[in-house]
Design a protein around this ligand. Sequence first.
Ligand SMILES: Nc1ncnc2c1ncn2[C@@H]1O[C@H](COP(=O)(O)OP(=O)(O)OP(=O)(O)O)[C@@H](O)[C@H]1O
Length: 777
Amino acid sequence: MLPQRGANLSSSAADDLRSEQAYLTTLYGRLDGLREQADRRLKTILLEAGGTPQGRTQREATRAHYAEQLAQMNAVENGLCFGRLDFAAGEPRYIGRLGLSAERHDRDPLLVDWRAPAARSFYLATAVSPDGVTRRRHLRTRGRVLTGIDDEMLDIEAAEPGGREDVTGEAALLSALTASRTGRMRDIVETIQAEQDEVIRAGLNGIMVVQGGPGTGKTAVALHRAAYLLYTYRAQLTKQGVLILGPNPTFLRYISQVLPSLAETGVLLATLGDMFPGVRARAVESPPAAAVKGRLGMLDVLRKAVADWQSVPDDYVEVDHDGYPLRIERAVLEDARAAARKSGRPHNVARQIFVTEAIHALSLQIAERIGADPLGGDNLLSEADLAETRRELREDIDVQQALFDFWPVLTPRRVLRELLSDPVRLASAAGDLPPEDSALLLRPRDARWTPADVPLLDELAELLGVDDTLRKRQAAVERREAIEYAEGVLEIVEGSRSLDFEDEKDFEKDEVLSAADVVDASAFVERHEVLDTRTAAERAAADRTWVFGHVIVDEAQELSPMAWRLLMRRCPSRSMTVVGDVAQTSELAGTTGWEQVFEPYVAQRWNLVELTVNYRTPAEVMAVAADVLAAVDPALQPPRSVRSAGVAPWALRVPRAALPAEITAAVRLESAEVGEGRVGVLVPEALEPELGKHLVETVPGAAVGEQPDLLNQVVLMTVRQAKGLEFDAVIVVEPDEIIAESPRGLSDLYVAVTRATQRLGVLHTADLPKVLTALAP
Ligand SMILES: Nc1ncnc2c1ncn2[C@@H]1O[C@H](COP(=O)(O)OP(=O)(O)OP(=O)(O)O)[C@@H](O)[C@H]1O
C-alpha cells in the first residue's frame, strides 16, 4: 500500500509532524531497500572474473554504475527530503536531494529530485505567481527525524501580513543565513532563491557570466549549477567532466563538502596552480611579478625564449664520423633551422624536420667526398648508397648529440626555469617588455612554481608540442614485448596441460579446452591490459590536453589574460559558467570589465546575468561596505542585504605597541559573542607574520599561515587568502595599510568588510581611512 502523502491542510501542527515523520520514514525505508539492492548487485559483479575484453568493459561500467548509485544514496542520508508542495488539485509532491521512485512503476515518484523540472515550483512559486501551488512546506530534519515544519501559504489572501515577496521560503532562508558558520560551506538546496535558480538551471551552451556583489551566492550558485548540469546532461558530462576552478586551496577545502552533500562527486575542483599536470604551483610571489606574467605580452617573450634554443654555431662544429672528421657548417644548420621553423610546427615536432634536413645536407657532403668521380662524371653513389649514408649519420651518437645541441628536445619546465633564472636568456627573450618588468621576472633557479607560472608552462607546452613518434615507437616495442611474454605464458600453460590432469582417470584430453585453444597471444595481452577505471575528473587532472564538457570559474575576476588562454584551451566548446565580481578584483592582472575578457574569444556572444541580493552580510555591515565601494568606483552598486543583524559594526583606535594584545582581546570578545561560530581576523600582508605569531601564542587553536585550517574557531589571514570565505565575526586590522599595500587596496578593503555574516569590528592605530569614517565613534 502507498503511504499516505502527508496530512491535509487543516490538520493540527502535531498531526502534521506525525504524518510527515511517517512519510519520511517511508522514504528512508525505500532508500534502504534500493541501497541493499545496489549493494547486492555490486557484490555479485565484484565476484565475477574473466570473460572477453568487451565483457570486462561492460562489467566495469556496471560496477561503476552501482558504486556511484551507492555513493549517491549514502550521500543523501542527511536531508534526504526537505520540502513539499501542495497544489490546488492533485497529490502533494515531496522534494529532496535525490529522486526516489515508488516500488510500483505506475505510481508517482515518492520523492522528486530538486533538479527535476517537477521541483522547480518549489523555488519559483510566489503568492503573486503561485503556478498552481497552494502551499510550500520546508521540512527540518536531524538525521532521519523531523524536527520542524515551516509553511508558506501561496494564495494572496492567505499570505501572512509582513511576508516578503522578494524571497521564497523566508523562515527557512533566515534560519540558514543566521546559523553559525562551521568553516565549511553548506549547500543551499533547500532555499535557492528565484534569481539564483535562473542561473543554476540555464542551458549548457555558451558562456554565462554571473556578476554579483559579495554574498550574493555566486559560489553557491556555481556549485549547484554543476550538480544541475550533471543531472540534466549526465551522459555527456560524465564522459568529459566538469571543472570548477577556485582561487586557492583553502577556498577549495571550504567548498569541498557542497557537491558530495548533493551526491555529486564527478567534478574536478582545482586552482590555477593545479592546471599543469605534475606541477603543484603553490609558492607565493610579488603581485607585480604575477601581473607581468599574466599579461599577453608574455606570449612574445615565450616564443622568443623557445626560438633562442634553436641555435647555430658561429662558424662550424666538427664531429668524428666513421673515422673521419665531419664538419657541420653554420649554413647547413641555418638552412635546416629555417625549414623546420617554416613548417610552423611546435618545436619538438619540428625537430624531425631540422634533423632530416641537416642529415640530408651532411649525406650530400659525405657523398661529395667519397663518391666523387675521379674522371669528373656524376657522383658514383647510388640512391641506395645515399640512403645508407643517411641511416649511418642518423645512428651516429656524435652526430645526434651535435644536432641535439642545436635543436634540443625541450620540456616546458626547463624552458621556463632557464628563462626566469638566466639573465642572458631573459634579456634576449624580453623583446618589447619594459626593463623594469623583466627585472621583476628574474628569480633563483631553484624557486618553487607559482600559480602565475602555470599559464606560461601551458603556453610553452603548446609552443613545444610533443614528438609522438618516439612515444608511439616505445608503445609498439612495449606491446611486442607483452605479446612475446604472453606467448611464453601460453606455452607454459600448454606444456603443463598433461600435468594438471594426469591423475584424473577418465580424463579425455581432447575434450578440454586449454587457454591456448581459446585465446591467442595478442588477445591475451588485451585481456590483461589494465582497464582505465578512473573517473573523467581523475583522468582530466592528469592530462593537460583534456577537454572539459563544462568549465565553471569562481572568483573569475582574478584571472589574468594568460590564465584565460589556458582555460579556453580546456574548453573549446566555450560551455562555461563564469562567476565573479569586478569590484572585488585584487590581482593586478585580473579584470575590471568582462568585455575585455571575452571579446577576444567569442566577441559579443556571451551572456551577463546579475545577482543583486546579498545573503551573507547584514545591512549594518553593508552600509559600511557601500562607502568603500563608492570609493572603488562610484558607478558600482552594492548588493541589497536580505536581513539586518541588529549589531552595529565597531572601530577601536589602539596604540601600535598594543596592537597584538588588542587583537587577542577583541578575538576573545567576538568569540564569546558568536559562541559556536567562527571569527576571522583580516590583516595587511606585511603584518601577518608578527600578528599571526602573537595570536597563536595567546589564543589556543587559532589558525594562521599559508593554508590555515578553517575548521578552527579563530583564523588570522590576509585579505587575499580570505577571498570567497566568510566568518560570523570579522575583525579588520589596520585598514589604511590594507589600502596602501596594493593599487587595488580599496577593493581589498571592500572584500575584507564583506566577509562578515553577523559582526564587524575594525582595529586601527592611525586615523581611520576616509572611507570608514562612518565607523568613527
Ligand atoms: N539561497 C540561499 N539560501 C541559503 N543561503 C544562501 C543562499 N544564497 C547564498 N547563501 C549563503 O550566503 C553566503 C554567501 O554565498 P556565496 O559565498 O556563494 O556568495 P558569493 O557571491 O560567492 O560571495 P563573494 O563574492 O563574497 O565570495 C553563503 O553562506 C551561502 O551559503
